[in-house]
Design a protein around this ligand. Structure first.
Ligand code: 5GP
Length: 188
């Protein structure tokens, strides 16, 4: 029976880099759970790769048909969710599932799967450091950065609900620590 590894973190904490690193190691047999969303594709995002892109109506229809393991309406008509069929497809093929998901969705999936799942919270070293990283990235205005910091502070209050917390002070160290914890879990 395959297992599930859930990653959640405030944005800017290096979560996606760590998830991509684990995926690049074929040895862990991890397969990315592609979420569904009703937001529009950004840049070069492709259907079925970053997300399954649905209209708000199609998303709501799937909610009514009980097709989601969990979902959230982040803003009005902007939904994100994990399809039961996506997780089942990976497990049926003998794989382990890896999720890159927000903190609330992460807690919900952990609750549903219990010991079959490992939930990992990637923590930035501090709020000050997170601010510096977001400023260095220079993709957001000061207002957006402030919003992200407020959201990050809220999200960080969820860390104790996760099985393990990895502090990403140094990326290589965080990758190594994560690899060790995930392989221990998958091989136990
Ligand atoms: P973005 O629009 O930047 O791709 O994602 C926005 C947020 O939605 C991120 O925090 C991401 O982790 C979260 N998210 C992505 N997929 C899911 C999902 O399946 N369920 C939930 N609850 N959140 C998700």
């Amino acid at each position: 029976m395959g297992k599930l590894v859930i990653f959640s973190a405030p944005s800017g904490s290096g979560k996606s880099t760590i998830v991509n690193y684990l995926l690049s190691l074929g040895s862990l047999n991890l397969h990315f759970s592609v979420s569904a969303t009703s937001r529009m594709p950004r840049g070069c995002e492709k259907e079925g790769h970053e997300y399954y892109f649905l209209t708000p109506e199609a998303f709501k229809e799937k909610i009514d048909n009980d097709e989601f393991l969990e979902y959230e309406e982040v803003y009005e008509n902007r939904f994100y969710g994990t399809l039961k069929s996506e997780v089942q497809r990976i497990l049926d093929n003998g794989g382990n599932v890896i999720f890159d998901i927000d903190v609330i969705g992460g807690c919900n999936i952990k609750k549903y799967y219990g010991d079959q799942a490992l939930s990992v919270f990637i923590m930035p070293p501090s709020v000050e450091e997170l601010r510096l990283r977001l400023e260095k990235r220079a993709t957001d205005s000061p207002e957006v950065i402030n919003e992200r910091i407020l959201k990050a502070e809220f999200e960080m209050t969820f860390a104790p609900k996760f099985d393990i917390v990895i502090v990403n002070e140094d990326l290589e160290t965080a990758k190594a620590e994560t690899f060790e914890a995930v392989s221990l879990f998958l091989n136990s």
